[in-house]
Ligand binder design. Sequence first.
Ligand code: MN
Length: 240
Amino acid sequence: MIAIAISTTIADGGEYACAVATAGGEPQLLDFDPAALDDQLAGAAGVLLSGGGDVEPARYGESSDLADEVDPRRDAFELALVRRARERGLPTLCICRGVQVANVAFGGTLVDDIGRALGPAAAALHRWEVDGESVRGLIDGHTLAIRPRSLLATIVANESLVTGSRHHQSIARVAADLDVVGTTADGIIEAVEARFASPFWLGVQWHPESTLAQDDGASSAIFAAFVAAAGHFADSRNDR
Ligand code: MN
């Protein structure tokens, strides 16, 4: 069994759990309880940080009137989670809020609102809305330039990728231990990898779990690579 610990507010893990299960992992949902972090990670072979509300700006030394759905308890848990996953060398996949949490955990900062920073066209590109609902599928023009030979380029077998996008914040100052490997043409950071040693570490600002059947396999390839790395982690632990 390849247990993947998922941090999310979605009761059954939703699309995240489905994507993990489809890739051959066993989703295990975490409680936002920092005191129980080590117990919850005892059998985990991988960690997935999911989307959600905004990180409390004080966590990166700023304030904002546009921070939305702040949950200090979740922040505390997930900041500890992503650091502990790193200490343990656990394969880690961070999605949307997850990549923002990781950047803050490792010392970076966030753009508190893309619309305020870059204007309404940029805001709409990164959160396309129809009838007041954000579109969950691929967004025409939300095209990433991916660094050649990066982990992400290898996984998706491409250096250009159209993705979905549902975010109003993004990475501002990149944490020293992370490396930008994907951006949109407006300069928004969409993908980061670890500079520290890890069997698998990828942060994506978009939502591959929502586009598994829409992009010629790139989204499912991300989950497949993550769960495969978790499988190797589980095997190496069992060998000890
Ligand atoms: Mn985006």
